[in-house]
Write a protein that binds this ligand. Structure first.
Ligand code: SF4
Ligand code: SF4
Length: 437
């Protein structure tokens, strides 16, 4: 079978598997779920087109030229196509495997290689260095330096990545959330005991939401442990094709979070939860972790999935607001979880949930996509923000840090005052009002 397809252009141990690649029957039923196809109308920017290019490289009919790789770069890895595919093509796995080949084979500019090394090899694996970068960003934003730089034209001369980072960097407002081995007891009768992932970006950018997650879990009878020795879970590395570094981070996350006597490993960020549920696949060739990784994956619960399944003890105070919900791709498509966050919002007295058009179409955040493909990212952000605005909701609720950051920027650029909040923020707000009632 392999011989009849010619000499493969994929060469590494993590290359796309034939049994995944040749599942695609080119029916095209995924096309209208794909944000880049919706925006461009081009076959090469569709899942089917990208799979066809993978097959061409696999069969030695094409090589990884910059123009070919560009079509894969433009993929958000949102996995909407995977959810839409009747043939169960594991598109996410295919693209992750393709990205590992791109890391090994595709030529990249020097600034791009340096940026990747700094992000994926230096900052993400080290919570301490990441916090230092967060402190630097906070100082830059709070001091007058940012205004001075923005007023000058210096940014226009900087490499593209720096310009895009400056434009899209999240506003760091609250305190950082730092895992220190916290143990928050359950309020009332204990219903469960869990460990909580802190993660990498979310505890720096949305530290107060991490605190809110602890309170909401505790209020629902859950004892929460936040192990101190945890770090980044490796999601961004997986998506970038940095698979060996991702494996090291996965092993560390398993060692840290899978402690005795827990009922679940709770994750507040949709992207992280999705990758952590797939650790069994990531570590399948590692005999010393394979089995634990598979067990770990089964213990991982997205916080909305977990709270809705408890089930939630609804707040007794009301919020009186109109809310729309933005599906995060790695919750709705990768984890197939879309009802629980909505059920939690509906459980808050006074919340009127209105659906936005195209809720499950990607907002263009895509991990670090907003840095690498800023134009498509901005187009999708604008599309999503416009859909939010049509609902006239006061708040757009999200389950993921990347989506929250992207929406804040996009809504601000549209001149909208719609607030962006996490679902757990709203729950926490309602529980806090109980004390005053
Ligand atoms: S990925 Fe699935 S839906 Fe898309 S063309 Fe292939 S078989 Fe059809
Ligand atoms: S992962 Fe998303 S952007 Fe990529 S091909 Fe599938 S639907 Fe399109």
């Amino acid at each position: 079978m392999t011989q009849s397809r010619g000499l493969s252009g994929f060469t590494g141990p993590d290359a796309p598997a034939d049994e995944d690649l040749y599942k695609c029957v080119h029916c095209g039923l995924c096309l209208n779920a794909c944000p880049t196809y919706l925006e461009t109308g081009l076959e090469a920017e569709s899942p089917r087109g990208r799979i066809a290019l993978m097959k061409a490289v696999r069969e030695g009919r094409a090589t990884m030229t910059p123009s070919l790789v560009k079509h894969w770069d433009l993929c958000l890895q949102c996995r909407a196509c995977e959810a839409a595919c009747p043939s169960n093509v594991p598109y996410g796995r295919l693209m992750e495997a393709t990205r590992t080949e791109m890391v090994a084979q595709a030529s990249r500019s020097v600034p791009e290689r340096l940026g990747r090394a700094l992000g994926y090899q230096v900052l993400l694996p080290s919570p301490r260095k990441l916090r230092m970068a967060g402190v630097g960003l906070k100082l830059y934003q709070k001091s007058g330096v940012r205004r001075a730089i923005q007023a000058s034209r210096i940014l226009k001369l900087a490499p593209g990545g720096i310009y895009n980072l400056e434009r899209a960097a999240p506003e760091i407002r609250g305190r950082f959330f730092i895992p220190r081995g916290q143990l928050l007891p359950a309020r009332g009768v204990r219903r469960a005991r869990v460990t909580l992932l802190s993660g990498c970006v979310m505890p720096l950018v949305h530290g107060p939401t991490m605190e809110a997650t602890l309170r909401v879990l505790s209020r629902n009878g859950v004892e929460v442990v936040v192990p101190a020795d945890q770090g980044c879970c490796g999601t961004l590395n997986v998506h970038a094709g940095e698979r060996n570094r991702a494996r090291a981070l996965a092993r560390q996350t398993i060692d840290s979070l899978m402690i005795d006597g827990i009922d679940a490993i709770v994750v507040a960020s949709a992207g992280c939860g999705s990758a952590m549920k797939e650790y069994g696949e990531l570590l399948r060739d590692d005999p010393s972790y394979r089995e634990r990784a598979a067990r770990f994956g089964k213990l991982v619960k997205d916080v909305h999935e977990f709270l809705a399944g408890l089930p939630l003890d609804p707040p007794r105070a009301a919020l009186d607001m109109t809310v729309t919900y933005q599906d995060a791709c790695h919750l709705a498509h990768a984890q197939r979880i879309s009802k629980p966050p909505r059920a939690l919002l509906r459980a808050i007295p006074g919340v009127r949930l209105v659906e936005m058009p195209e809720s499950s179409v990607c907002c263009g955040a895509g991990g670090t996509y907003f840095l690498q493909e800023p134009e498509m990212s901005r187009r999708l952000a604008k599309r999503k923000a416009s859909n939010v605005v049509t609902t006239k909701a006061a708040v757009v609720a999200t389950p993921n840090p990347g989506c929250a950051i992207q929406m804040e920027n996009a809504l601000r650029q549209l001149g909208s005052e719609t607030e962006v909040a996490y679902v757990v923020d709203l729950l926490d707000r309602a529980y806090a009002l109980e004390k005053q009632a």
